[in-house]
Write a protein that binds this ligand. Structure first.
Ligand SMILES: Nc1ncnc2c1ncn2[C@@H]1O[C@H](COP(=O)(O)OP(=O)(O)OP(=O)(O)O)[C@@H](O)[C@H]1O
Ligand SMILES: [Mg+2]
Length: 148
C-alpha cells in the first residue's frame, strides 16, 4: 500500500516524517529514494521526533552513520551515497545494525537495494530546490500507511 503527499516546505516534509515515526512501533528499515537536496535528512529529523527522539538530526554524509538514542527505538541513520557494493556495506557494520531491534534509515538506498529483503518502508521524494516535493511512502504493512 502507498500514500502520496505534496509538501511545499521543509517544515511540512518534517511533519510527514513525524507521522511516519509515530506509526513505527517495531524494528523497521526506512529506505529513501530521491536526489541531492530532495529532503531526506529533513524528513528524517521529523521521523526521529515521531519516534520520541528529542535531539538534533544531521546529515550522516561524513560519518556515514549517525546514531540517535532516547526514543522508543534506537535510530541508525545511514548515508549510502558512497556505498557501491555489499563488501562496503559489511565493512561499515551495516549488518550488525540490521540485526538489532532498531529503526534503520538509509539515504540513497538505491545503492543498497541488493541488501534489502523487500520488507522495508520506501520514502521517495521527488523535486528539489524551492519546488514542491512529491513524497510517496510505500509499505507492505497497510497499518503504517493508514496511520499517516
Ligand atoms: N518541500 C520541501 N521539503 C524538504 N526540503 C525542502 C523543501 N523545500 C525546500 N527545502 C530545502 O531543501 C533542502 C533539503 O535538504 P536535505 O539535507 O534534507 O536533503 P537531502 O535529500 O538529505 O540531501 P542529500 O542528498 O545531500 O543528503 C533544505 O535546505 C530544505 O530547507
Ligand atoms: Mg541527506
Amino acid at each position: 500500500m502507498k500514500k502520496e503527499f505534496i509538501s511545499t516546505s521543509a517544515t511540512a516534509t518534517a511533519e510527514i516524517g513525524q507521522r511516519l515515526g509515530q506509526a513505527i512501533s517495531k524494528k523497521t528499515v526506512v529506505a529513501f529514494k530521491g536526489g541531492l537536496g530532495a529532503g531526506k535528512t529533513c524528513f528524517t529529523s521529523g521521523l526521529a521526533k515521531g519516534l520520541g527522539y528529542n535531539g538534533d538530526v544531521t546529515s550522516p554524509t561524513f560519518a556515514l552513520i549517525n546514531e540517535y538514542f532516547g526514543g522508543r527505538l534506537p535510530i541508525y541513520h545511514f548515508d549510502m551515497y558512497r556505498i557501491s557494493d555489499e563488501d562496503e556495506l559489511y565493512s561499515i557494520g551495516f549488518y550488525d545494525y540490521y540485526d538489532q531491534e532498531a529503526v534503520i534509515v538509509a539515504e540513497w538506498s538505491e545503492n543498497i537495494e541488493a541488501a534489502l529483503d523487500g520488507n522495508h518502508i520506501t520514502v521517495e521524494i521527488e523535486g528539489m530546490g524551492d519546488n514542491p516535493r512529491k513524497i510517496t511512502v510505500t509499505a507492505l504493512d497497510d497499518n503504517i500507511i493508514k496511520e499517516l
